[in-house]
Design a protein around this ligand. Structure first.
Ligand SMILES: Cc1cc2nc3c(=O)[nH]c(=O)nc-3n(C[C@H](O)[C@H](O)[C@H](O)COP(=O)(O)OP(=O)(O)OC[C@H]3O[C@@H](n4cnc5c(N)ncnc54)[C@H](O)[C@@H]3O)c2cc1C
Length: 249
């Protein structure tokens, strides 16, 4: 059995977002790039499953659709423990183009379990996993918070309102994972970092379709107004401010 983890290369979650060229381009100056946090957890769970499986899971591959600049992030996934990596050499201009590139590669290079994160922390589309399953004509389960393999049986838990739902499926399938899929992400060890340098990172040309959407411009949210401190004892002033100034009550 082979597991594929789709990884998105995103700005560190503490990045101060800036735009240039009259708000038409993201300013990547000084930005630290990381593996999308859901994808890091997906990779961690894949490694746990492989370790528990004996020989049943033969390898874990990570895949990214992106230009060469994403390779340090891919190498980090290899340092965490993925066996090999694929970079589809294309600028990921929208979720359709990303899913189309992934599916075009996977039609010739199938995997049994395909893991995607529930969303990418940069563009928050929550689209790629579902589209990919559709393009590959595979079953998909979304919002997966637990994934277990017991012999040949696959069990998935989904969070639903007020509880959780347990599902079973057969390979191959796509799981779109979220909080709970792994306890916390693995951190690369020094040995992992050294080994990652020698692990295969295959660069393949884009075989997918072009983006369906065209980007126009970005807007930042309005700047927050200054914070006003109110004495904890002064409830009257607080109510007065909320009523007359903030117009919240
Ligand atoms: C130069 C540049 C220009 C861009 N311009 C645009 C634009 O104009 N409009 C726009 O919408 N987006 C743009 N993007 C963002 C890029 O298209 C997103 O990666 C893509 O839209 C998917 O984001 P999403 O939020 O839909 O992913 P989601 O569907 O939220 O991601 C869910 C999961 O899908 C997988 N995934 C997502 N992206 C990738 C990837 N690249 N490779 C492998 N797996 C992936 C991951 O598992 C992720 O957890 C641009 C990115 C770059 C680098």
């Amino acid at each position: 059995m082979k597991i594929l983890v789709c990884i998105s290369n995103v700005p560190d979650t503490t990045t101060k977002i800036r735009f240039t060229d009259n708000n038409t381009a993201f300013d990547a100056t000084g930005v630290q790039w990381i593996i999308n946090p859901w994808d890091e957890l997906a990779l961690t769970r894949a490694l746990e499953l492989k370790e528990a499986s004996g020989e049943a899971i033969e390898k874990i591959t990570v895949i990214n659709v992106g230009p060469q600049t994403t390779e340090p992030t891919i190498r980090k996934a290899l340092a965490i423990g993925a066996d090999d990596a694929v970079r589809i050499d294309a600028v990921p201009e929208d979720a359709y183009a990303v899913a189309s590139n992934l599916s075009s590669y996977l039609k010739d290079n199938p995997y049994d379990i395909i893991l995607c994160g529930i969303d990418s922390s940069d563009y928050n589309g929550s689209l790629v996993g579902g589209m990919l399953a559709e393009f590959l004509d595979l079953p998909s389960v979304s919002s997966v918070s637990k994934l277990d393999i017991d012999g040949g049986d696959i069990k998935l838990n989904r969070e639903i309102d007020g509880g959780s739902e347990v599902l079973s499926t057969v390979v191959p399938f796509v799981a779109i994972v979220q909080k709970g899929i792994a306890f916390e992400p693995r951190i690369p060890s020094m040995r992992g970092i050294m080994m990652a340098r020698k692990k295969p990172l295959n660069v393949v040309p884009s075989g997918g379709e072009a983006a369906l959407t065209e980007f126009v411009s970005y807007d930042l949210p309005p700047a927050k107004s200054a914070c006003k401190m109110v004495d904890a004892e002064n409830v009257k002033e607080l109510v007065d401010l909320l009523h007359n100034e903030a117009k919240a009550i």
